[in-house]
Design a protein around this ligand. Structure first.
Ligand SMILES: C[S@@+](CC[C@H](N)C(=O)[O-])C[C@H]1O[C@@H](n2cnc3c(N)ncnc32)[C@H](O)[C@@H]1O
Length: 365
């Protein structure tokens, strides 16, 4: 049965109140409830694969449902968050470390090398973040270290003088908030979440990898639940440039692996904007990889959004279904979850862009 609130379930918003899922806000994600619905509604079998795992919504939900899963994301930030959210932790160890951090007073011990990002902060606050970053490095236990780093990354986003608007960052001064209080408060909340949620399943495997090149063993995956980057939508490297630049040193070496090109113009044969053509070429590779990896009878549940261009809307769901069928998938369903206006110059309506859930199946031999 299709839930009445499917339009909300394909967003990250319901995760804002879900223990652990809420550890890092990822606007581009979907919700735990969406994954739960998909598993139940389509009788999905483990292991479940998410080739665009983002911050691990599929993986964490699978763990909570007791299902095995495996995930990939090209972004080091996303892969890190996915892993940190899906490990088993010893709360005692975290509390011991927290006590040590409470006793420390941050002082200036150095600076992040990244000058471009530095100007987005009050100096003292970034100095404090640097102090904790270095102290986190000294934590012996790798899991506890990752959990603290995730808390610091989240705190950094909160105190930065920017807001995330659509697909970009906008400078905006914020009141000076105390880094120590926010950071240690976040760790404390994370421990409370761990106590609240008893995940029964095993830890998923998480890899930083490009879904176009992921070659899993043939017929090894029970189902796929995923959502690729939307056509012509978000440039992940710019919206997360603070986190990537400070903690993953990725900002200068702009990630080229992201699906979709910067190409402009129109493809002669398909008449699609070149950017859309490049996107579907990339997605074809991912669909092929998924098809091979799925066991016969295995299903792929894919949330996709259409592309909004100045003079047209590109219906990604229909193009992807066509591509999937050419590869050998059988289309079981296309469920429209949301529709939004596609505007040119914010005033002229070009059309309506759909966000849909595709249900595909690798036929049994
Ligand atoms: C729509 S988001 C997925 C969000 C995820 N469902 C969640 O709830 O967190 C798409 C993800 O694809 C990742 N991505 C983009 N290009 C990729 C590629 N070539 N290979 C793997 N991941 C990629 C982005 O970093 C982003 O995290």
């Amino acid at each position: 049965m299709i839930p009445n609130d499917l339009r909300d379930l394909v967003t990250f918003v319901p995760n804002k109140t879900e223990p652990i899922h809420k550890w890092f806000y990822y606007k581009e994600g979907y919700s735990k409830k969406f994954v739960e619905w998909a598993v139940q509604e389509f009788g999905l079998k483990e292991p479940i694969c998410d080739p665009f795992c983002g911050v691990g919504t599929t993986l964490l939900t699978c763990k909570q449902l007791g299902l095995q899963s495996i995930g990939f994301d090209v972004s080091p930030l996303a892969a890190f968050v996915s892993e940190a959210k899906t490990r088993d932790y010893d709360s005692e160890k975290i509390m011991q470390e927290l006590q040590k951090f409470k006793e420390m007073e941050p002082k200036q011990i150095g600076k992040f090398p990244n000058k471009q990002v530095r100007r987005l902060f009050y100096e003292k606050q970034l100095d404090d973040i640097y102090f904790y970053y270095k102290k986190i490095d000294e934590i012996q236990d790798a899991r506890v270290r990752a959990l603290f780093l995730l808390a610091l990354i989240d705190t950094t986003g909160r105190v930065a003088n920017v807001i995330k608007v659509g697909g970009s960052l906008r400078k905006q001064k914020k009141p000076k908030m105390p880094v120590k209080k926010l950071f240690l408060g976040k760790v404390k909340k994370m421990v409370l979440d761990l106590k609240k949620v008893q995940a029964s399943g095993s830890e998923p495997e998480v890899f930083q990898a490009d879904a176009r090149n992921v070659k899993l063993e043939e017929n090894s995956v029970g189902a796929v639940i995923t959502s690729p980057p939307y056509l012509n939508k978000i440039e992940y490297t710019s919206i997360y440039k603070i986190e990537l630049g400070l903690f993953f040193r990725e900002q200068e070496t702009r990630l080229r692996a992201h699906i979709q090109d910067k190409a402009t113009g129109r493809d002669f044969e398909t008449k699609l904007p070149l950017m859309a053509k490049a996107y579907f070429d990339d997605m074809r590779k991912v669909l092929q990889n998924m098809f091979k990896a799925l066991k016969p009878g295995g299903k792929a549940i894919i949330v996709v959004g259409g592309g909004c261009f100045p003079y047209e809307v590109v219906e990604s769901d229909d193009v992807l279904i066509e591509e999937a069928e050419k590869i050998g998938f059988k289309k079981l369903d296309k469920i429209v979850a949301r529709e939004v206006h596609c505007m040119r110059n914010r005033t002229i309506k070009v059309g309506t862009v759909r966000e849909s859930v595709l249900v595909l199946e690798k036929p049994s031999a």
